[in-house]
Every structure is written in structure tokens, then in C-alpha cells.
Design a protein around this ligand. Structure first.
Ligand SMILES: [Ca+2]
Ligand SMILES: [Ca+2]
Length: 621
């Protein structure tokens, strides 16, 4: 770097109305960060071509960058480790006019790594929900005047429904009662998008994956203040928060999409070019550069411009935003959307930067792929490949597919529950498969109860596998009350409102008295297993041993020095006798087993399991 102290460097600003704005991103920062450097992106409503001055002890302006678009400047700062918290006045000088933009430098939160930013592990149980569709705690924010989409219509599955962060906060006891330890919300960042025409239908960005201002939580969800309040309340109850990150794209109405700083801020194709949605070219040793480019640089939709993370200013913007959110809100874990669509070197860089600042943080990525090889490729792995990803874990799609086939496919040499067995047998490819997120369904998939033919035994078996196999279990909202549907004609069908989340709903499934017998049966089943798991060292951190499935019977053990738990599944459509003598390697030394769901003590070495059913047995001396 050049010898520092450019006290006078370029820029300008002014606070007046209209187009005379100057905005600085990040909007604020902290002292004592691991990385002493900070790059401010300045966006003004006019040409900023004059000078900038910062006069604050311990802060050095290292460099000013001007872009082709004169509405932008980047200011590279060095913030010395002993700088004091306070308000930095950034002075923008234009001709004879001087304006100041205050920039706050605060002390980091003393609870980092202790009560907040704790990380998420296989000891946790995650509940995934979509804020617009869960509960409406504040009707005053349903419509925010001046935003591009002012429609709220619960009868229209493509419109916003008014759910918000207050609605989630109002139901925190519901989650702890169920045994949930962590919430993953689909993105909360502002999506100030107009309705877009997709497939002949006007659709809202209620899902949250089209950011328009990284530094604002959507006002219709309650804004930054409601998000902070929700998370502080969650942390006080011991609940963790997982934020959904989108690095790959933004909404077409993002302020830097409407007024791009440079020609290469986004991937440009001349004519609209969509990604192939294929992960294989990113892994394949025989892939063409053309196929790789379309996978990685093609746009996700016409309304979601693809960010060029090879541009260092784009990369810095995204990295600093992730750090900013983590420290400001106290994020415990990140789920990264559309992982393999982002530039691989950038992905490693942002993960490294986050972990350097917050060593206790967890990051997992969405890798919607079919094979274990490709799933492992996108995280820390044992594959001898020219490029190595550094991601902690992935959303485990191969195991998700295997679980469904394990129950819906007839048992065969490599079919049925053999799919689970053989999928897990490939865990040798992962550095740490226990860091993968495992799930039965999510906001992009058919609801599990429908997929399992609304068969309660199959549903219970799937839930047992979810809560006892290796990895971090994630439940999708409504599975506990048997919400149904396939993604037909749209994924909005699997994102229906949680019954009781809105005042005046005809049924309120948050309370047991309003749930049907069947709904309570499954709710209580999950609750019992989840609470058992919370205190079970074997299930939350123990080792896994699985046995070759025989005749549709699949048996595995979770165990450590303190506890051994056997999971015994009959995946046949008829009852089956189970002989435990084959499992002596794990059962030796124990006299009996207790069914942890029924409390029944089993002393016999042989028992009969009903169709599609699973027992969770704790071994006793
Ligand atoms: Ca609302
Ligand atoms: Ca991309």
C-alpha cells in the first residue's frame, strides 16, 4: 500500500432532498475487528468528483476509487486496532460547499460467541419458516406506502400475505415447546420489487430472494428494529438464528442494479442468458468453459441480475455486508442460497473472512445436487480435485432423496432403504458430514407428508431418521401439523399460511386444543423425540454405525461412551420380525432396550415391527 494519510482525498456529499443524497455502505462499523481494513462504497444522486476528508484519530484513508459511473466512489480505510468508538465525520467537499456524513464506529458486542454468534451444530434442531407466510404480528406494516408492491392478498398465493417478524416473536414458546433450538428464516433483507410477470401470473417477491437494499430488513417484515428485537428475544430464550444469504444475485430493482457502478458489476450477456441450473460443469473434469460460464454466470431469472463477484468491489460489498449483519444482529449461522452459482474463489474468500471475524459462526450452503460426489465437492472434502471449497457443510440433498426413496421405493439390491445405506456409505468424501444440514422438505420441495402418501407410519419413520441420522436436522414449518401439498402449479403451494398466524383464522394450530387428533399425534411425536435428542449425547454428538439392510430392515446405532441408541426400521408394507443377534458388535454388554417413545422395556432378542415403522431403542444394562 502507498504511504497512507491522504487526508484530502476525493469525494463529496450533501444531505438535501431529492437526488442530492449521499449514502455510505456499510452504514456503520465496529472497532477492534480482525480485519483493520474497510472499503466504503459511496452512492450519490449526483456526480461525486470533488474531495473527501476524514479526520479521526487512528483512521487512515488509503485509497479513493472512482468508477465509470460518477455517482459512485470507494474509500479504502485503515482502522487501527486502538481506535476509539465514536462518530466519524466524513467530509465531502464540493466547490465551496462542505457537507458531513456521520459514520458510527461502535464497540463490538460483548456477547459475541457466548450468547450470540454461537454457531449451529448437530446438537441443534432447526425450524425453517418463511416470514411472509408464518404469522402476522403487526398489521400496520402489511402495506408500506411508497414501496413498489402495495398488494396484500391472502387469497392470492402469489401475493404478499402480511406475515412478519413480530409474528415470529409472538410464537417463540411454540418453538421451544416443540424442541426447536434454532430458526432459519428465508431472507429478511428488503425486496422492494414490483410485481413481476412470471408464467403469465403477477408475482410478488414475498420469498425474499431478490434483495433491493442489503442494509435494510424489509419494512413489511418490521425493518431492522424488529429484526434486532426478535433476535435479542430469541437469544434470551436460548434460541439461535440462521440468516439466509444470497450472494449470487439481487433483485432488478436493487439500487445498484438500477444505477450500476461499472459495466462489469453484473454478468452481461448481450441477450438474456439464463443459467443452465446445472452443477455438473462446476465439478466435471471434462467440462467445457462455455458450460461452466453458463452455469455460473447465467442469470437465475430475468428479474435477478447475476453479480460478478470477480469484481473486487462487488466481492468486498458482499463480504462486508455478511460481516455487518453478523455483528449487528448477532447471527448464529448462515445458510447460503444458490451456492454453486457463485464464483468459487469468492465463496472461499467470504467464508474465510466471516470465520476470521467470528470463529464460532457456522455457514452451510445450498447445494441442490443429485450425487454425494458433487455435494461433497462444494464443501470441505477428501476429494483430490484441483479446486477445494472451504464451506463447512451443505444442505444434504442426496440424503434427502435417499430418505424418500427409502420409504417410497420397494426394497431391492440397490433400491429402497438401501439408498440411505449407500448414500451414507459415501460419507468418506466429506471432511465432516455431521455438519451437513439434513431435511425432509423445504420451501422449494413438495411437502413431505404428501410425498409419503399421507401415511402416518412413513411420516414417523422419516421424522425419526431426520432426528437420529448424522447431521443438523431441519424441519420445515407446518410438517408438525401435517401440512400438505405438491408444488403444483407453483411452489407457492408449499408455502401456505400457518393456520392461526392471522387474527380471525378459522383454526389456530399453535394450540393443542385446536389441532386434530392426528395433528397432535405427530406434533407430540416430534416434541418427544426432539426433547429426548436435546439430552442424548449419542444422538446429538455420538458416532454412527449402520448395518447392511436385509429384507427391508435397516438398523443403525448412534453411540458414545455414555449412551447407545439403536434405530430399527421396517420399510416393508407388512410387519416383519427383527432378530437382533446380527448386531452383537454394538449390543454386547447390554441386557435390555427401552423404546424411548413408548417407554416399553424389551428384553427379548426378537420382536416384530409393523409396516413402515421405526423404533428408537436406548440400550440399558
Ligand atoms: Ca404484517
Ligand atoms: Ca452467478
Amino acid at each position: 500500500m502507498k504511504k497512507c494519510i491522504f487526508y484530502f482525498v476525493a469525494i463529496f456529499i450533501c444531505k438535501s432532498a431529492g437526488a442530492q443524497y449521499v449514502r455510505v455502505y456499510p452504514t456503520n462499523w465496529w472497532v477492534g475487528m480482525h480485519n483493520p481494513e474497510l472499503q466504503l462504497l459511496v452512492h450519490a444522486g449526483f456526480d461525486i468528483t470533488d474531495s473527501v476528508r476524514i479526520n479521526y484519530d487512528g483512521i487512515i484513508v488509503k485509497r479513493i476509487t472512482r468508477f465509470k459511473n460518477k455517482h459512485y466512489l470507494a474509500i479504502d480505510l485503515y482502522i487501527s486496532p486502538d481506535v476509539r468508538p465514536g462518530t466519524v465525520q466524513i467530509m465531502f467537499i464540493k466547490k465551496n460547499k462542505i457537507n458531513w456524513v456521520p459514520f458510527s464506529l461502535s464497540a463490538k458486542n460483548a456477547g459475541d460467541g457466548l450468547s450470540r454468534i454461537r454457531g449451529v451444530s448437530a446438537k441443534d434442531f432447526i425450524y425453517l419458516l418463511m416470514p411472509d407466510r408464518f404469522a402476522n404480528g403487526d398489521i400496520s406494516n402489511d402495506i408500506v406506502k411508497g414501496m413498489r408492491d402495495e398488494v396484500v392478498d391472502r387469497k392470492n398465493m402469489y401475493a404478499r400475505h402480511g406475515g412478519d417478524l413480530k409474528g415470529i416473536e409472538d410464537h417463540l414458546d411454540y418453538f421451544t415447546d416443540l424442541g426447536v433450538t434454532s430458526l432459519w428464516l428465508t431472507p429478511v433483507i428488503e425486496n422492494d420489487m414490483p410485481l413481476t410477470n412470471e408464467g403469465g401470473t403477477q408475482r410478488a417477491a414475498y420469498h425474499g430472494y431478490a434483495f433491493t437494499d442489503h442494509y435494510n430488513v424489509d419494512a413489511r417484515l418490521g425493518g431492522n428494529q424488529a429484526y434486532s428485537h426478535l433476535i435479542e428475544t430469541m437469544h434470551a430464550k436460548g434460541l439461535k438464528i440462521i440468516q439466509d444469504a444470497v450472494y449470487n444475485h439481487v433483485g432488478a430493482s436493487h439500487w445498484f442494479a438500477l444505477d450500476p457502478p461499472t459495466d462489469d458489476w453484473f454478468h452481461r450477456w448481450g441477450t438474456y442468458t439464463q443459467t443452465s441450473y446445472k452443477d455438473q460443469p462446476m465439478v466435471d473434469p471434462y467440462a467445457s468453459e462455455a458450460d461452466k460460464k453458463i452455469s455460473n454466470e447465467g442469470w437465475f431469472t430475468p428479474f435477478m441480475p447475476d453479480l460478478n463477484q470477480s469484481n473486487p468491489y462487488v466481492a468486498n460489498f458482499l463480504i462486508q455486508h455478511a460481516i455487518w449483519c453478523t455483528e449487528k444482529f448477532g447471527i448464529d449461522g448462515w445458510r447460503v442460497d444458490t451456492y454453486f452459482y457463485s464464483e468459487p474463489n469468492f465463496l472461499n474468500k467470504i467464508n474465510d473472512a466471516l470465520l476470521a471475524e467470528f470463529p464460532t459462526l457456522t455457514v452451510f450452503g445450498e447445494a441442490w445436487v443429485a450425487s454425494v460426489t458433487n455435494s461433497a465437492y462444494f464443501c470441505r472434502n477428501n476429494i483430490d480435485a484441483p479446486f477445494k471449497h472451504n464451506l463447512m457443510g451443505v444442505t444434504d440433498f442426496p440424503l434427502h432423496f435417499a430418505i424418500i426413496e427409502g420409504l417410497n421405493q420397494k426394497f431391492g439390491w440397490s433400491d429402497g432403504v438401501n439408498k440411505i445405506y449407500s448414500t451414507l456409505a459415501q460419507d468418506i468424501l466429506y471432511k465432516d458430514p455431521f455438519r451437513n444440514l439434513i431435511f425432509l422438505d423445504n420451501h422449494d420441495l413438495d411437502r413431505i407428508y404428501s410425498v409419503l402418501d399421507e401415511d402416518l407410519n412413513k411420516m414417523k419413520t422419516a421424522l425419526i431418521w431426520l432426528l437420529t441420522l448424522r447431521g443438523i436436522p431441519q424441519l420445515y414449518y407446518g410438517a408438525e401439523i401435517l401440512m400438505k401439498n405438491f408444488k403444483n402449479p407453483s411452489d407457492a403451494m408449499v408455502r401456505e399460511d400457518f393456520p392461526g398466524g392471522w387474527t380471525g383464522d378459522t383454526s389456530n394450530k399453535f394450540t393443542a386444543t385446536n389441532r386434530t387428533v392426528l395433528e397432535n399425534e405427530i406434533f407430540d411425536f416430534i416434541k418427544k423425540l426432539a426433547h429426548y435428542r436435546l439430552h442424548s449425547s449419542a444422538l446429538s454428538s455420538g458416532r454412527l454405525m449402520q448395518y447392511l439392510p436385509v429384507d427391508g430392515i435397516y438398523v443403525y446405532f448412534r453411540y458414545d461412551d455414555k449412551q447407545t441408541v439403536a434405530i430399527v426400521s421396517n420399510t416393508n408394507d407388512s410387519p416383519k420380525e427383527v432378530d437382533v443377534s446380527r448386531f452383537k458388535e454394538r449390543t454386547a454388554g447390554f441386557k435390555s432396550t427401552r423404546n424411548i417413545l413408548t417407554g416399553e422395556l424389551i428384553t427379548s432378542g426378537q420382536f416384530s415391527l409393523p409396516a413402515y415403522s421405526t423404533w428408537v431403542l436406548e440400550l440399558e444394562n
